[in-house]
Design a protein around this ligand. Structure first.
Ligand code: HEM
Length: 155
């Protein structure tokens, strides 16, 4: 699956709008992710795993949300540069394979991310074409993750 120049342009344009308030967007992303998948909260080093509202207000979550947003920004910024793109992605993937994060969990983050973009930007900007571009780009992450997991299990 290859991203076209148009896909890249759409992704970079829409991401620029969302990352303008990066920490808030990151917190909103985790709100969606945890509300849809409450059991994932336990994977993170938060003090009180039971109370999602408290987690979302914590400085630990804000710091983590910032890191995830920065990582996503590097992926998006490097869509036009296959070598940097691959390097960036591999770094993130290796650290998550080592943490035993499941493919399903990555798939569920895709749902939260696309929903975040739709809520922030509306369906005029996040139209079917934009949704498709994001979906294709995230599927590259999923494919790479699947391969990395298989390699780590067979070695
Ligand atoms: C594109 C998707 C993702 C990106 C860009 C991303 C990014 C990051 C970054 C930058 C870090 C901190 C640096 C590091 O340790 O590597 C991190 C840590 C972490 N991520 Fe992700 N992540 C993604 C998906 C996920 C998913 C799906 C899960 C599982 C539910 C997850 C769980 C974790 C956990 C548990 C940590 C460690 C937190 C800590 O110890 O503070 N990540 N992630």
């Amino acid at each position: 699956m290859t991203l076209t120049e148009k896909d890249t342009e759409i992704i970079q344009k829409t991401w620029t709008m969302v990352r303008a308030d990066s920490i808030q967007a990151g917190v909103d992303l985790f709100r969606k992710f945890f509300e849809a998948n409450p059991d994932y909260v336990k994977l993170f080093p938060f003090d009180n795993h039971e109370d999602i509202e408290a987690v979302l207000k914590s400085s630990t979550l804000k710091m983590h949300a910032g890191r995830v947003m920065t990582a996503l920004s590097s992926i998006v910024d490097n869509l036009n540069d296959p070598i940097m793109f691959e390097e960036n992605l591999q770094k993130i993937i290796i650290s998550h394979v080592q943490r035993n994060i499941e493919l399903k969990q990555f798939e569920n983050l895709k749902l939260a991310l696309v929903q975040l973009l739709m809520d922030k930007l509306g369906t005029n900007i996040m139209d079917d074409q934009a949704k498709e571009s994001w979906s294709k780009a995230y599927d590259v992450i999923l494919e790479t993750y699947k391969k990395s997991k298989q390699n780590s299990q067979s070695s």
